[in-house]
Design a protein around this ligand. Structure first.
Ligand code: ZN
Length: 194
């Protein structure tokens, strides 16, 4: 089943999500929710979806950056972003440790439909969480995967990319694609007055 993705302004996007007990994580209700979140993320399409985005204040997110999505992106853009395929997985009750200089790229969010902005994020992210079976999972991520993790974990803390973006860079995805996507980030920043 495809779930409704809530948009900016829904209070659930601004609250601290609740941690799940291991029993709750393994319940048939949560397993069903994870299946529906996976289906909803793939349908959108997106590379991550957090439970608050489907209206539930739970510390749970699904992530997947499949090769078939990446095939549509030029190899030099993938390399610049450090973007490599990430198989489907679940993160529950994550804690995040950041490392490395911030790197700046445009990112979007399924809860800010049609918009994109330039967002600084740490190059590396280290995450301690539970997987879909309630087992401890440690993730050491770099590049785009580190960005996805930071974006999704922000959602679980009631934050969105608009809290971190260069405010002058907010634009429609349509304008980004037509006017800005081919320019180096340094030039984009100069032209936007950042
Ligand atoms: Zn988002």
């Amino acid at each position: 089943m495809r779930l409704k993705i809530v948009q900016a302004g829904e209070p659930v996007l601004r609250v601290q999500a609740r941690r799940l007990s291991r029993k709750e994580l393994l319940s048939s209700e949560t397993r069903q929710l994870i299946d529906w979140m996976r289906e909803t993320m793939r349908d959108a399409p997106g590379v991550g979806l957090a439970a608050p985005q489907v209206g539930l204040p739970l510390a749970l997110a699904v992530i997947e950056d499949p090769p078939e999505v990446q095939r549509a992106i030029p190899p030099e853009k993938l390399a610049e972003r450090g973007r490599r395929p990430v198989p489907f997985h679940v993160i529950a009750n994550p804690t995040l440790r950041l490392e490395g200089e911030p790197v700046e790229f445009f990112e979007g969010c399924l809860s800010l439909a049609g918009l994109t902005a330039l967002v600084p994020r740490s190059l590396r992210a280290h995450v301690e969480c539970l997987d879909h079976n309630g087992n401890p999972l440690t993730i050491h991520a770099e590049g785009w995967y580190a960005r996805i993790l930071q974006h999704e974990i922000d959602h679980l803390n009631g934050a969105m990319y608009v809290d971190r973006m260069h405010t002058r860079s907010l634009m429609t995805i349509d304008h980004f694609t037509r006017l800005w996507s081919e320019l180096p980030i340094a030039e984009v920043k100069k032209n936007l007055g950042i």
